[in-house]
Design a protein around this ligand. Structure first.
Ligand SMILES: NC(=O)c1ccc[n+]([C@@H]2O[C@H](COP(=O)([O-])OP(=O)(O)OC[C@H]3O[C@@H](n4cnc5c(N)ncnc54)[C@H](OP(=O)(O)O)[C@@H]3O)[C@@H](O)[C@H]2O)c1
Length: 373
């Protein structure tokens, strides 16, 4: 069935006034079958018109039909949420855990950007260009919790997402990786609004983002691992029978004065039991990487999952974050590493593929798999 033939599915957005929430609104307002039906935020915003209360920061205007919508409290019984086929969450992590659980218990389907359920053994952590197969745990999640319809799907930390897409391409072409080192240069919008104060970030690099390195180091193995054969648990990239071990990941994260777009400087060591690929073979693996989201032809899938840049000074956030509507990962500077095997630079739009676009694409894939009706 083509996207245009699908029947309309009403969607809600939690955290609709925030940085990620605004992207949800921008992206969903022209979606072929998801229709924005309910908006939620804190009690500071609830009861007021979206257009009046939101500090809109995108360079397209607030869609006309959204401006006058009344922001609701984030309760499953608040106006309109109970009628939604999907609820997207861009909630602050301090409150996301409890609110998302309340929505799931009320038999609603949540696609979340927050960190709270990423490590949950029942919740898939899905980067849509990498591991949509992890949606197969959903029947087990619902059964374990005694639910008929409600479940939670999470997407990854924004920097993790930019890293695992090229890593998945390398594993697909050349087998399991052994060690990955990444240093990130992360945009200010990754910290939400108002984020880092201008006096801290202008003319500066801040070499610490709380909790970020641990997320990258842990999430990578859940995403690049598989589901066990009964579809009831994740193997976290390890399997004794297959001699598969978790990838050693070491991350250093920094905040830089860029508005949107996280850059990653990556070094990779391949498993020593296999012949090492050449730089040309690695470039080809990136260029030819195809994923399930593209095969399913879901509306938000980029034509190209990984864009390989040939110029020696690319990718750059300002020039390359908008490629494929912010739904791809850019890779450049692919070259031999005298300490590891290969090094390269990657770039992701942290608020689109790093957040809202991933949630939407995950939900589109769930629609294709009959998990949202
Ligand atoms: N920014 C990124 O690049 C990015 C990328 C990936 C994942 N994430 C994750 O996505 C989530 C949202 O991030 P963000 O950058 O959009 O943050 P943000 O700009 O600070 O927005 C937070 C949202 O949460 C709402 N909120 C705060 N307290 C609440 C409460 N007590 N009850 C209900 N709603 C409440 C806010 O509503 P009010 O306006 O009413 O306060 C706002 O809509 C976070 O968990 C973040 O870690 C962000």
């Amino acid at each position: 069935m083509s996207a245009g033939d699908r029947k309309e599915i009403k969607v809600g957005i939690l955290g609709a006034t925030g940085t990620v929430g605004q992207r949800f609104i921008q992206l969903l307002s022209s979606h072929p079958y998801f229709k924005i039906h309910a908006l939620g935020a804190s009690s500071r915003s609830a009861g007021q018109q979206y257009g009046k209360i939101t500090k809109w920061k995108l360079n397209t205007p607030i869609p006309e039909n959204i401006k006058s919508m009344i922001v609701q409290e984030c309760k499953p019984t608040s106006g309109g949420f109970s009628e939604c086929g999907v609820v997207f969450s861009g909630l602050d992590a301090d409150v996301a855990g409890e609110i998302e659980e309340a929505f799931r218990s009320a038999e609603l389907i949540i696609f979340s950007n927050s960190k709270n359920y990423r490590r949950d053994p029942l919740c898939p952590l899905i980067v849509p260009l990498v591991n949509p197969s992890h949606l197969s745990i959903i029947p087990h999640q619902k059964k374990s919790l005694g639910l008929e319809k409600g479940y939670i799907v999470t997407n990854a930390n924004c920097s993790t997402t930019g890293l695992v897409v090229p890593l998945a391409a390398l594993e697909k072409a050349f087998g399991p990786l052994e060690t990955v080192m990444v240093t990130t240069l992360q945009a200010i919008s990754g910290a939400g609004y108002p984020g880092v104060s201008s006096l801290d970030i202008l003319d500066n690099v801040v070499p610490h983002i709380s909790g970020e390195e641990e997320k990258i180091e842990w999430e990578t193995n859940k995403i690049l691992g598989g589901l066990n054969s009964n579809n009831e648990s994740f193997n976290l990239h390890s399997d004794e029978k297959e001699n598969l071990k978790p990838i050693n990941v070491s991350a250093t994260t920094t905040r830089v004065p860029v508005i949107d777009g996280h850059t990653g400087v990556v070094n990779v060591k391949f498993n020593s039991s296999r012949p090492k690929p050449s730089i040309e073979e690695i470039e080809k693996a990136f260029r030819e990487f195809k994923c399930e989201a593209q095969e399913l032809n879901v509306p938000s899938a980029p034509e190209q999952a990984i864009v390989v840049h040939d110029l020696p000074d690319r990718p750059q956030p300002r020039l390359d974050r908008d490629l494929h509507n912010g739904a791809c990962v850019s890779v450049g500077r692919i070259r031999p590493c005298p300490v590891f095997d290969v090094k390269f630079v990657c770039l992701i739009d942290n608020v689109r593929l790093g957040a809202a676009t991933s949630s939407i694409m995950n939900a589109e894939i769930a629609v294709e798999k009959g998990l949202i009706v």
